[in-house]
Design a protein around this ligand. Structure first.
Ligand SMILES: *Cc1c(COP(=O)(O)O)cnc(C)c1O
Length: 231
């Protein structure tokens, strides 16, 4: 079932790309496997899927250790500073950096392990009640601060979680704002900052996100079905 679902979403993505004149190879379908069993991941690996998204560091590390074939695990959930040690070196990309304090911890751990860590800055574009993510207007300053002080961190782009809405069109301005923000930051040409990655769009709104420039869409429910947090 997950294979069929994945293929269906991938085809839909390719269609949206064709419709808006984008190269389908520029959009990664990140399979958000949080709360789902390893067997689902193994199934998708048989058709060549290599990128999975997890919310919790512990779950990410466990799945990474147990999976039969090396694949990329992205950390998409909020990262607490006391979990940084485990996240650094295990997550291929941390989508959720939203403070200098957190970046400093990542820098320290990366320096200790002598590796470079790829991150995205999480921006709270829609200004929801959500505690996580940075305000749009505070983002350029944080990017500069990290670029200046954290030589073991590469800022690859921006991430946002758009609000849940009935009509995905409502989120178009959110995605457009994130893209424009990335362009503004890119124009500063900072060291270790590239801004090529826009992680935006989920099950309900990934099509609109792609039309607005998403390079990673994070899709869980449409691939794996509804999540049950009570098990
Ligand atoms: C769970 C989650 C997703 C996937 O959401 P779906 O609506 O199931 O596609 C995407 N991004 C983040 C940050 C998530 O926590």
């Amino acid at each position: 079932m997950v294979i069929e679902n994945y293929k269906k979403i991938r085809e839909a993505i390719d269609e949206v790309c064709a419709g808006c004149g984008r190269d389908k190879n520029d959009v990664l379908l990140l399979a958000v496997s949080k709360t789902k069993p390893l067997s689902d991941i193994e199934e998708l690996i048989t058709i060549g899927v290599k990128d999975f998204g997890e919310n919790k560091v512990q779950e990410l590390v466990k799945k990474k250790e147990e999976v039969s074939t090396p694949v990329n695990f992205h950390l998409i959930g909020h990262l607490q500073t006391n979990k940084v040690k485990q996240a650094v070196g295990n997550a291929c990309l941390i989508h959720s950096v939203d403070s200098f304090h957190l970046a400093e911890k990542i820098e320290q751990e990366a320096a200790k392990k002598d590796i470079t860590v790829d991150i995205l800055i999480e921006v709270n574009v829609a200004d929801e009640e959500s505690k996580f993510g940075l305000m749009v207007e505070d983002t350029p300053a944080l990017v500069e601060q990290i670029a200046e002080n954290c030589p073991h961190i590469r800022i690859k782009g921006l991430m946002t979680i758009a609000p849940f809405v009935e009509d995905p069109e409502e989120n178009r301005p959110v995605f457009r704002t994130l893209r424009q923000l990335a362009l503004d930051i890119k124009s500063k040409k900072l060291d270790n900052v590239t801004m090529g990655v826009l992680s935006m769009g989920m099950t309900n709104d990934y099509k609109v996100a792609i039309e607005e420039g998403a390079t990673i869409v994070r899709v869980g429910t449409a691939i794996f079905g509804e999540r049950n947090y009570n098990i």
